[in-house]
Design a protein around this ligand. Structure first.
Ligand code: AMP
Length: 116
């Protein structure tokens, strides 16, 4: 059984965040330590710990992360210039918070790939 992280408290507004969007399925807020002019985290309201834990029943929910990302990119004015969507998984992937999240990063040229 996956354990709740502090992202649950952000979803429930028990701790402050710079929240940009929330509906019954997803929540989006600015990353506290932005790596680019735009750095937003988009998370499912349902706890899914890692990409390895995404089940077939979650496919529509995962799609909602991407449609939220698309809308936020437009809102941020980076849809045309471009951006990167990243989901880190486990230790080697650099995952720190075990509640899946899509990083929406943009607002400057990002190069070909994240450094390894
Ligand atoms: P990851 O390394 O993919 O698990 O990403 C976790 C992200 O959460 C990092 O980019 C952190 O900067 C970000 N983060 C940590 N604490 C907070 C917080 N309280 N509010 C917003 N973002 C946070």
């Amino acid at each position: 059984m996956a354990e709740e992280t502090f992202f649950r408290k952000i979803i429930n507004k028990e701790i402050p965040s710079d929240m940009l969007y929330q509906d019954d399925y997803v929540t989006a807020f600015r990353d506290i330590s932005p790596q680019a002019p735009t750095h937003i985290l988009i998370i499912p309201n349902k706890l899914i710990a890692t990409a390895n834990d995404i089940e077939t029943e979650d496919e529509v929910l995962i799609g909602k992360l991407y449609t939220a990302a698309k809308k936020l990119a437009l809102q941020e004015g980076i849809a045309e210039s471009g951006y990167r969507l990243i989901m880190n998984c486990n230790r080697d992937g650099g995952q720190e918070v075990y509640h899946i999240h899509l990083h929406l990063v943009g607002g400057k040229p990002l190069g070909r790939l994240i450094s390894v």
